[in-house]
Design a protein around this ligand. Sequence first.
Ligand SMILES: NC(=O)c1ccc[n+]([C@@H]2O[C@H](COP(=O)([O-])OP(=O)(O)OC[C@H]3O[C@@H](n4cnc5c(N)ncnc54)[C@H](OP(=O)(O)O)[C@@H]3O)[C@@H](O)[C@H]2O)c1
Length: 349
Amino acid sequence: MLTEAEHRALRRALAIAADPAAPPGPNPRVGCVLLDPDGHMIAEGHHRGAGSAHAEAAALEHAARAGRPALGGTAVVTLEPCTHQGRTPPCAQALLAAGIARVVIARPDPNPVAAGGIRLLQDAGVELIDQVPDELAEAAAALTRGWEHGHAHGRPLVTAKTALTLDGRAAAADGSSRWITGPAAREEVHRLRTDCDTVLIGTGTARADHPSLTARRSDGTLLPRQPLRAVMGTGTFPPLPAVPGAGEALTLATHDPSAALAELFTRGRRHVLLEGGPTLLAAFLRARAVDELIIHLAPTLLGAGPTGVGDLRITTLTERLDLDLVDVAPLTSPDGRTDLRLTLHPRAA
Ligand SMILES: NC(=O)c1ccc[n+]([C@@H]2O[C@H](COP(=O)([O-])OP(=O)(O)OC[C@H]3O[C@@H](n4cnc5c(N)ncnc54)[C@H](OP(=O)(O)O)[C@@H]3O)[C@@H](O)[C@H]2O)c1
């Protein structure tokens, strides 16, 4: 059971872990807050990308520098402390060496190389709390989603997002698709872009829409965390607009989703937002390379124009690709317009 101080500390640890200034990369986003035995905050730290201090080490260093030893105190961490000697020393041992008496962990570490912190701390007699309220556990899981997927599957997590009319059109007959959905849905796309570390489109969308693929606030200014902007295909397309502060632009000159994802994985990318268009979405669905599909469904009809998903090469009903609907939510804009967000997971074959 968490104390009130630990509850507050975990919220703080989750907030600092999500620091948008931390560069995207292959490492998880982790936060740590240290409390003294009376529950007062001593220091905090978060991981700022590969090669930099882990959250626990950063917090212990801040505590030492402030002359506030953590002896007998509590470490509140968003992810199980590692036991792995990599470019930085193992965190579970560092907490023990500092004399931490209690550790609160919001998320166990699924990485077999680094996991074991819970066992090590318990064996050393540290009091361990690894059950936290669902809402906080979910927030901790969201921070490490792409990283965990990378460990389990050796490729980035792929969230595909498409905006559709009620009759399943992704664009009008003349190719125009801006904007099918209202401001609230568009705002959510920018949030998705900043949460993922890569935005991926096909050359067809690059040619039709000239998108900047930046993550922006509703006033047009850039959010602090910008995704890599990747265009996939072998044909030519106009360069993505050069926006100061935008993420790097990358061409993936292939039609093979696995090869494209392998290249992104090698570059340290762990969560790809696939933003279309219909041809690329179909290719990823056919390759079973979509982990989550988000559909923004607009209450409007076009009657003609490309459908949201291209050819899946399905010729009969029994070959259909079934998805599980995991969430439905209205996206209501200030002008009262409401689109629907459907979140779906392709069913395992
Ligand atoms: N409503 C929405 O959410 C939404 C989102 C995005 C786009 N759109 C609309 O969609 C339309 C563009 O559709 P689109 O299907 O042409 O766009 P697309 O899927 O972005 O691009 C298709 C092109 O990507 C390349 N490509 C890369 N990998 C491929 C693969 N595995 N298989 C086949 N081709 C591959 C091919 O061109 P190469 O010859 O260059 O290889 C192909 O012609 C536009 O009207 C755009 O506005 C709508």
